[in-house]
Design a protein around this ligand. Structure first.
Ligand SMILES: O=C(O)CCC(=O)C(=O)O
Length: 265
């Protein structure tokens, strides 16, 4: 990606169990974000269905086909990279919570299925956990992809940073009353791994659950470059990846690690 990188976060509300409405809205918002000028567009978690788990198998995207076709076409049309949040998709009879990553030609660079399923929302009863981490190269930039609850597992972001990721993306459906956790976990992940953390959280309600937005962009020094409010909107931010090696040489934590003393389990 040319430097600096301009990122657009689509902090949307999501219609529960209504993929047609959500695909139409995502299309409109991607068109709008691209018209405003951006290198990379990021959507929230499960933006096609939200947590309509009781019928998720029927409404999930079959083999990710609709996501690949529609979001791929938008990426190609606007010559923009798209980290398509995550969608509920069905593969080999199992339902996953999957991020698809598109480059400017509309090709799928890779996909990542959420590996840590969130019991508080019954994910483990309806979804299958992924078996691989999300580590990609996009436009020459090394990135990592996590989803929501993954943020609570420092091993994952550490694995991503050790493998060279300079930016980690976190699409989410993170609700009240855990705003405090959401903010501090992201700041910690950014500081401890000396990388950018870029999150896109949904807003709106599903039953009793209220999602607070507060999508964030945090630099490798832990400074908050952007924090959205609790309303719908497109948020733009520009990041300079040059600060990653600069901060990693200022405090050389990767050289000072003592992995031989750390437990592996
Ligand atoms: O960890 C949390 O508090 C929220 C996680 C979550 O909502 C999710 O993974 O969908």
């Amino acid at each position: 990606m040319k430097q600096p990188v301009r990122i657009a976060l689509l902090q949307m509300d999501i219609a529960l169990g209504d993929p047609a409405t959500n695909f139409a809205k995502a299309t409109e918002w991607i068109d709008q974000a691209a018209a405003q000028g951006t290198d990379l567009i990021v959507l929230p978690e499960m933006w096609n269905t939200a947590y309509s788990l009781h019928n998720i198998r029927e409404i999930a995207d079959q083999n990710g086909a609709q996501t690949r076709e529609m979001i791929g076409a938008l990426a190609a049309k606007h010559r923009v990279n798209i980290l398509a949040g995550s969608v509920a998709d069905v593969r080999d009879g199992e339902v996953y919570n999957t991020t698809y990553l598109f480059d400017r030609t509309g090709a799928v660079v890779g996909d990542y299925s959420k590996i840590h399923l969130f019991r508080l929302m019954d994910e483990e009863k309806y979804l299958q956990g992924g078996e691989q981490i999300g580590r990609f190269s996009l436009d020459g930039v090394e990135i990592g992809s996590m989803i929501c609850y993954d943020l609570r597992f420092p091993e994952l972001s550490r694995t991503l940073s050790l493998s060279g990721a300079q930016v980690v993306f976190v699409p989410a459906e993170w609700p009240h009353p855990r705003l405090n956790h959401w903010r501090h976990l992201q700041i910690a992940r950014a500081i401890e791994n000396q990388m950018f953390v870029v999150s896109c959280n949904r807003v709106g309600r599903a039953g009793e659950t209220e999602f607070f937005g507060h999508s964030m962009v945090i630099d490798p020094w832990g400074e908050i470059l952007l924090e959205a409010d609790e309303t719908e909107g497109i948020h733009h931010v520009t990041i300079d990846l040059g600060v990653v090696p600069e901060i990693r040489s200022r405090i050389p934590i990767f050289e000072d690690r003592r992995p031989e003393l750390y437990s592996q389990k």
